[in-house]
Design a protein around this ligand. Structure first.
Ligand SMILES: Nc1nc2c(ncn2[C@@H]2O[C@H](COP(=O)(O)OP(=O)(O)OP(=O)(O)O)[C@@H](O)[C@H]2O)c(=O)[nH]1
Ligand SMILES: [Mg+2]
Length: 312
């Protein structure tokens, strides 16, 4: 045990000496800030507790269905003032809780772990990767912006399961398109974590991976300003969609009215200008058809010219 503790100590010391990743502007203290997110019961609270070396750090789900309902921030600081801050968040897509509420909690976490998290750990169960797992990443992307995916590392949890190594993941990617897409979208930033193993070695490896992945980044953490920019962009996109939808509804309404006008005018003209073998009724019918095509065609061309002119 002593050997493990000493190894852990030196590895963590080496880890914290990496660049200035853990140095916050305000406190000048080495610090790594982690936000956990993902579907319900994938092991977020368990993993958070293991990272902090305190399995009771976050209230664990119990067999009666008690789940994390709000964000919890916990910090571990060692004697040299090196800290790890972990934020546990409620699970996404859980029965009886809305996606909006959970997203609000994750946003809260981002804004309140100042000056911003270095990493969002997307926790997934290794054995259950379906399209639902990808949805968690989509929700994240929608909320925090496309650029924020660069701050995501996937952690696949398992409990002493065989098949939890690199080769198995690569093999699994061949058959499971969701797993493949998830890993590719996160640009191969993933870690397989055995939550039945509470030794600090695995934690050290995880933290080391996180720091190594981010060594080359100039922006080391996701800031509340980035979140505001993402929200602004999402709002603009939404209002653009609204405008597009309204314009297409207007176009349809105008075409509908012009069609009716064409039918009316065409049938009147056809009725009165019939002659030869053309009876007033067939003249009106033919006139209605031609009138509708003519006026609708003219209106449609008018709309196209108008929209082209206004786009410029
Ligand atoms: N077999 C197995 N069990 C797991 C795995 N991940 C989590 N569990 C178990 O699932 C239960 C729920 O774990 P939690 O850590 O509370 O899950 P959570 O993601 O925090 O859940 P929410 O708070 O509802 O979002 C615990 O009993 C874990 O031991 C896994 O990969 N394999
Ligand atoms: Mg939990």
């Amino acid at each position: 045990n002593k050997i493990i503790v000493i190894t852990f100590y030196f590895t963590v010391m080496g880890l914290f000496s990496h660049a200035n990743l853990f140095v916050t502007d305000e406190q000048e203290l080495p610090e790594l800030r982690i936000v956990l997110f993902g579907r319900t019961t994938v092991g977020k609270s368990t993993l958070g507790g293991i990272i902090l070396g305190d399995s009771a750090a976050f209230t664990l789900s119990d067999p009666h269905g008690e789940r994390t309902k709000t964000c919890h921030v916990e910090r571990k600081t060692d004697s040299d003032s090196h800290s790890v801050v972990v934020v546990d968040t409620p699970g996404l897509f859980k029965m009886g809780s809305s996606e909006e509420d959970v997203v609000k909690e994750i946003k809260w976490a981002t804004e309140n772990v100042e000056p911003g998290p270095h990493v969002f750990l997307l926790v997934e169960r290794l054995k259950i990767i379906t399209s639902e797992e990808l949805k968690a990443l989509q929700v994240f992307e929608r909320t925090f912006g496309k650029r924020a995916v660069a701050y995501v590392t996937v952690v696949f949890t398992h409990k002493n399961d065989p098949g939890g190594n690199e080769a198995d993941i690569k093999e699994g990617m061949k058959d499971n398109e969701h797993l493949r897409e998830l890993i590719e979208r996160c640009q191969w930033r993933y870690f397989i974590f055995n939550i039945a193993d509470r030794s600090p070695v695995q934690v050290t490896q995880l933290l080391e991976k996180i720091t190594q992945e981010r060594q080359d980044y100039s922006d080391f953490f996701y800031t509340p300003q980035m979140l505001q920019a993402a929200e602004k962009a999402a709002n603009e996109e939404r209002s653009k969609d609204d405008r597009r939808r309204k314009a297409s509804e207007n176009r349809l309404a105008i075409l509908e009215k012009s069609g009716l006008l064409g039918i009316f005018l065409g049938s009147v003209v056809g009725y009165f200008s019939c002659g030869g073998e053309l009876t007033p009724t067939s003249g009106a019918l033919l006139g209605a058809l031609l009138g509708m095509i003519l006026i609708m065609g003219m209106t449609f061309s008018g709309i196209c010219v108008f929209e082209k002119y206004h786009k410029k």
